[in-house]
Write a protein that binds this ligand. Structure first.
Ligand code: MRU
Length: 353
C-alpha cells in the first residue's frame, strides 16, 4: 500500500492536510494559487518536492478555470513568484518556477492564449509522474549502494524528518531508499527520529512506516547518537531541501547533529534527493537562506503549551550539513555521488537558477 497525499485530476486538486495527521485523514480542496500558497506556508503540505508539485498544480487548477485570460504570461509569472515566496529554503519550487516560466515564454511565441494554457497545464501535470519515477531510481540506487557495503546482511537505517509519499508525489526520497530495501527483503529496521519541533518524524514518518509495514522504531532526536552506538545502525539516510555546488546540504533542523554523530561512530551518512533539489548557483551552504518559523511551533504541541511563557525562542526550520560529513554520498536519480563529484555530474543537466 502506498499513501497518497496529492489527488489531482484535470481542474481539481485535493491535498491531504498533514497538520491533522496521524489522527485525522482530511483532504483539503485547493482551488487557486492563493489556496496553494496558504497550504504550503501553513505546512498542510510540506517536503521540498511536494511543495513544488502542489504549488504548480494549484496554478494548473486556476488556469483550467480560465484565470489569466487578459494576460496569461503575466498571470503565470506573478503566480509563480508568489508561490516561490511561501518557503525560501527548499529550492524545488524556485526551480520549477524558473523552468515553467522559460517554457511559458518560449511557447507564447507560437501559441494563442488557449493553446498556451493547455501546454502550461500539460507541463505541470507531467511533474507528478516525473517525481515518482525519479524517486524510484533514487530508491534503487540508494539501496544498491548501501547493500554493496554489506553483501549478505539486512540493514538498519536511521532517518530524520519525513521524506516519503507525504513529502513527494509518491514513493519518497530517503524513505524511498528504505522502501526499496524493504521490497528487497533487506530492511532489518528503520529508526525514525521524532523531529522536533514539528514532529514530522513522529506524526508522518511513523505513520507511513506503520501503513507500509516497515519494521520501524520511533526515537527522540536526542537518542540518535545512542542508537548509533547501541542499535547497529548501518547508515543514516536523510532528504534535502537544497544541495549546493560543493555538496553542503540544507535539510530539516537536526540533520547536522546526526551527521556529526554518524562521523563519530563511523556510520555512512547519505543524502537522498532528486536533482531538482540541487542548486549549483550557490557555492557553499553559507549562501542558503534558512527559513525561521513562528515561536509557537516550538512552545506548544498541537495547541498545548509546553514551554514557560515569556521565554525567547529561536526556531530555524533547517540546518546545513557540511559536505565533509556526507560520507556515504548524495543519492540522486542519476546515481550516487560523493559531494566532490556532484557538480561535474549535474553540470549540463540542470537549468541555471
Ligand atoms: O519543513 P518541512 O517538513 O517541509 O521539511 C522537510 C524536510 O526537511 C525534508 O527532509 C526535505 O524537504 C526532503 S522531502 C523529500
Amino acid at each position: 500500500m502506498t499513501l497518497e497525499a496529492i489527488r489531482y485530476r484535470s481542474g481539481s486538486l485535493q491535498i491531504l492536510n498533514q497538520l491533522l495527521l496521524p489522527h485525522e485523514t482530511v483532504f483539503d480542496e485547493i482551488r487557486s494559487v492563493r489556496d496553494g500558497y496558504e497550504a504550503i506556508k501553513s505546512m498542510k503540505v510540506r517536503g521540498a518536492p511536494a511543495i513544488a508539485i502542489v504549488g504548480c498544480l494549484s496554478l494548473a487548477v486556476e488556469l483550467r478555470g480560465g484565470a489569466g485570460a487578459d494576460d496569461l504570461v503575466s498571470f503565470i509569472r506573478e503566480s509563480l513568484c508568489h508561490l516561490t515566496s511561501a518557503r525560501p529554503t527548499a529550492v524545488n519550487m524556485g526551480r520549477a518556477a524558473r523552468e515553467l516560466m522559460e517554457f511559458t515564454e518560449n511557447e507564447s511565441m507560437e501559441k494563442n492564449t488557449e493553446q498556451l494554457r493547455d501546454s502550461v497545464i500539460g507541463w505541470i501535470e507531467e511533474m507528478l509522474e516525473r517525481d515518482v519515477n525519479d524517486n524510484k531510481k533514487i530508491g534503487n540506487y540508494g539501496a544498491q549502494h548501501i547493500l554493496s557495503g554489506v553483501p549478505r546482511d539486512s540493514v538498519t537505517i536511521l532517518t530524520h524528518c519525513n521524506t516519503g509519499s507525504l513529502a513527494t508525489a509518491g514513493y519518497g526520497t530517503a524513505l524511498g531508499v528504505v522502501r526499496s530495501l524493504h521490497t528487497l527483503g533487506r530492511l532489518k529496521r528503520l529508526y525514525c527520529t521524532e523531529t522536533r519541533p514539528y514532529n514530522q518524524g513522529a506524526r508522518l514518518t511513523a505513520y507511513e512506516a506503520v501503513a507500509e509495514g516497515f519494521p520501524a522504531t520511533l526515537i527522540t532526536d536526542s537518542m540518535a547518537a545512542l542508537a548509533m552506538r547501541e542499535k547497529g545502525i548501518t547508515a543514516v539516510v536523510v532528504g534535502a531541501d537544497r544541495v549546493v555546488a560543493n555538496g553542503d546540504t540544507a535539510n530539516k533542523v537536526g540533520t547536522y547533529q546526526l551527521a556529526i554523530a554518524a562521523k563519530h561512530h563511523g556510520v555512512p551518512f547519505y543524502v537522498a534527493a532528486p536533482s531538482t533539489s540541487c542548486d549549483l548557483s550557490l557555492e557553499s551552504g553559507r549562501d542558503i537562506v534558512i527559513e525561521e518559523r513562528p515561536a509557537v511551533e516550538l512552545t506548544s504541541i498541537n495547541g498545548v503549551p509546553v514551554a514557560a511563557p515569556g521565554i525567547d525562542v529561536w526556531n530555524p526550520a533547517f540546518d546545513v550539513t557540511p559536505h565533509q560529513l556526507i560520507t556515504g554520498g548524495i543519492i540522486t536519480e542519476l546515481g550516487v555521488f560523493l559531494p566532490s563529484e556532484l557538480q561535474a555530474a549535474l553540470t549540463g543537466r540542470l537549468t541555471a537558477l
